[in-house]
Design a protein around this ligand. Structure first.
Ligand code: FES
Ligand code: FE2
Length: 342
């Protein structure tokens, strides 16, 4: 079961250029393509004639043509042409999904279209913006999105999984302050006068102790925002407001594919306290390495769960945030079940 009434990233804008892109999102087969005006659209990837995938078809001015018997569908999913037949029967259409291109990403709404409000899309305007060199990535995960969410919401794993990248030994004992808001939860954490993690030491070119912060939001159901940074220790005022800091405006954007697989998009716009032009490539490599470490343990965890699906996990103190998000997601699912009359 997935929360349907939410905006999810379907693809990056540059993934959808010439050819149609087929992607399964929340168990729905979707085809993404751009019309002649350059606008990206998302349709059900299942021709309503004999159920062939539309993604094998050809994009033409005014729509996409199925490769099997040539029916053509416009960007709203309406059949507009049947070769060898003048009349188009009523109901000859496929589902069209609301799709919004914003800040380099294509956001899709898979719930009832009437409920889609584009102003609810999470703000990732730093992505590729001037002054924000940006590392980006996509990982196809063989795991349920909630296992990845659990990992992002619990930084006690950093010292163990990310020994060479994100590990900051002080994090194990630095409990975040957790608050709820109407769209999810926020987690704030400041550690004063600590050694920087290997990634922060490299990216910020810090040689001594730093004050480190995380200012995070979990936007239900599956967007993680992490404004993380470090600044040399000892200054006046709050660490994230002081000059000379390293600022990493990270977003992890999880889109369920199936119950056991996830599309994981991430963007990490950076502001460095120096002007080393090659640093963004090194940050890219550092994050790629760190996320491969997460994937290694989470996919292994999913395999264990597959083999023993009835065994329930036991909670410890550092599970507070993930427990709260899991509870909130259950509430959203319950609301959607009620609205659907189930
Ligand atoms: S299956 Fe698409 S035109 Fe026949
Ligand atoms: Fe991690």
């Amino acid at each position: 079961m997935f929360v349907k009434n939410a905006w999810y990233v379907a693809a990056t804008a540059i993934e959808v250029l010439g050819k149609p892109l087929a992607r399964t999102l929340l168990n729905e087969r979707v085809v993404l393509f751009r019309g002649a005006d350059g606008r990206a659209v998302a349709l059900e990837d299942r021709c309503c004639h004999r159920l062939a995938p539309l993604s094998l078809g050809d994009v033409e001015p005014g729509g996409i043509r199925c490769r099997y018997h040539g029916l053509k569908f416009d960007g709203a999913g309406q059949c507009v042409e049947i070769p060898g037949q003048d009349a188009i029967p009523a109901g000859m259409c496929v589902r069209a999904f609301p799709l919004v291109e914003r800040h380099g990403l294509l956001w899709i709404w898979l719930g009832p279209p009437a409920l889609a409000q584009a102003d609810e899309i999470v703000d990732v305007h730093w992505n590729g913006a001037p002054g924000w060199p940006t590392a980006t990535g996509y990982i196809h995960y063989k795991a349920n999105y909630q296992l990845i969410a659990d990992n992002l919401l619990d930084f006690s794993h950093l010292a163990f999984v990310h020994r060479t990248t994100l590990a900051n030994s002080a994090l194990v004992n630095a409990r975040p302050e957790i608050t709820s808001f109407e769209r999810g939860i926020r987690l704030n954490r400041v550690i004063v006068d600590c050694d920087p993690s290997p990634l922060h030491a490299m990216a910020g070119q810090f040689t001594g102790k730093v004050d480190f912060w995380n200012r995070q939001a979990w936007w239900l159901p599956s967007v993680f925002e992490n404004w993380a940074g470090s600044v040399p220790t000892g200054g006046e005022g709050q660490a994230h407001e002081r000059a000379g800091g390293l600022h990493l405006r990270h977003f992890s954007l999880l889109t369920p594919e199936t119950e056991r697989s996830t599309h994981y998009f991430w963007v990490q716009p950076c502001q460095f306290p120096h002007d080393d032009p090659g640093m963004i490539e090194r940050v890219q490599t550092g994050i790629d390495t760190a996320f491969a470490e997460d994937r290694w343990i989470i996919e292994a965890q999913q395999e264990v769960i597959n083999a023993s699906p009835d065994i329930k996990p036991k909670a410890i103190r550092s599970d507070a945030a993930l427990g709260r998000v899991r509870f909130m997601i259950e509430q959203l699912l319950e609301q959607e079940r009620k609205a659907a009359g189930e």
